[in-house]
Write a protein that binds this ligand. Structure first.
Ligand SMILES: Cc1cc2nc3c(=O)[nH]c(=O)nc-3n(C[C@H](O)[C@H](O)[C@H](O)COP(=O)(O)OP(=O)(O)OC[C@H]3O[C@@H](n4cnc5c(N)ncnc54)[C@H](O)[C@@H]3O)c2cc1C
Length: 293
């Protein structure tokens, strides 16, 4: 199939892009890597009158340390994140998760902003943002707002961004000392969207107890899900296999995955429990260099 007719705009700066969006409103769609939008156009599931190609907006392509964390411009390619030593060093969860995004050619074109704006419930980047309490910056010609993931991701392919806004940046906080981070997921084939994905971050106190645990899941609801009850249960406890198994059970009880053509709800719950147990054990091992009994 060919896409329906559209007018093609190629802004050279963020100001120009935001000006065009303000003018054209809901009839315009930003084009980033095109890895999700182009198939939607070809299948005629999206029919914008105007496409705003962001690929020449160089000021949105960066990856840098800022405000004690990491700032990534919306047009940063997923592959640039995958190859970045800074990301590997400062945000191991993102470094691991990004490798699960589609295949190499997809990551070479696909962007951070496109992935976040697309708001697929099985996408890795939204899961990383939820796990780490990242921030998403939205800009229009007249305003800038910074949202946390719970306020940004509203449903399946639905976000808080208005037609006049662009996602311009994501920000991830610094990883505390004595923290282990693990991304795990199960998909039918490598490169497919996850049936269930899990991001875990564990911080240990000086005495070896868990001072903070973060668990975020993808593929189990319309938006990334934080497993707050399991996180609460882990806090203040000594790492132990039995504790991690219990956390897995809590996660499985806390989530409400749908049954669809890919997997049943029950299967997704079971996978979530197993991934939780494994991720917590591995995250702890990263800190102590010892296997948890
Ligand atoms: C075969 C295949 C497998 C894939 N597997 C995975 C996977 O496992 N995990 C995963 O996460 N993704 C997967 N993807 C999607 C891929 O990661 C896309 O790159 C990503 O979803 C969209 O990024 P993009 O830059 O290509 O955005 P585009 O396709 O250009 O845009 C996607 C949507 O976001 C909007 N948009 C883009 N940029 C902005 C912005 N800055 N501000 C506001 N709106 C914007 C567009 O208008 C469009 O609605 C897969 C894609 C394919 C084709």
């Amino acid at each position: 199939m060919k896409p329906p007719r559209f007018q093609y705009h190629v802004p050279e700066s963020l100001d120009e892009a935001l000006g065009l969006l303000a003018e054209l409103g809901a009839d315009a769609k930003p084009l980033a890597g095109g890895q999700s939008l182009v198939p939607l156009l070809n299948m005629r599931l999206a029919r914008p009158g105007h496409l705003l190609d962001l690929n020449r907006v160089a000021e949105l392509d960066y990856l840098t340390e800022r405000d004690g964390g990491l700032a990534l411009g919306a047009m940063t390619r997923q592959r640039a994140v995958e190859r970045s030593a800074l990301i590997r060093d400062r945000c191991p969860l993102l470094a691991q998760a990004i490798r699960y995004v589609g295949h190499l050619p997809i990551r070479t074109r696909g962007t951070i902003g496109g992935s976040v704006a697309h708001a697929d419930p099985a996408a890795e980047l939204p899961g990383v943002l939820a796990a780490l309490d990242g921030r998403i910056t939205l800009q229009s010609r007249s305003s800038t707002r910074v949202l946390d993931p719970a306020d940004f991701f509203l449903g399946v392919l639905a976000s808080a961004a208005t037609p006049e806004e662009l996602v311009t940046e994501i920000w991830l906080p610094a990883v505390p000392e004595r923290t282990g981070q693990v991304w795990l997921e199960v998909a039918r084939r490598h490169g497919d969207y996850a049936l269930v994905g899990l991001g875990a971050s564990v911080t240990l106190d000086g005495d070896g107890t868990i001072s903070e645990a973060r668990l975020a899941l993808i593929g189990v609801g319309p938006v990334p899900v934080r497993a707050r009850r399991a996180e609460e249960r882990l806090r203040g406890e000594w790492p132990a296999t039995s504790l991690f198994r219990e956390a897995g059970r809590l996660v499985s009880a806390e989530i409400q995955p749908e049954t669809d053509v890919h997997a049943t709800s029950e299967y997704r719950r079971r996978v979530a429990a197993v991934l939780t147990e494994r991720a917590l054990a591995e995250a702890t091992r990263q800190i102590t260099r010892e296997t948890v009994e």
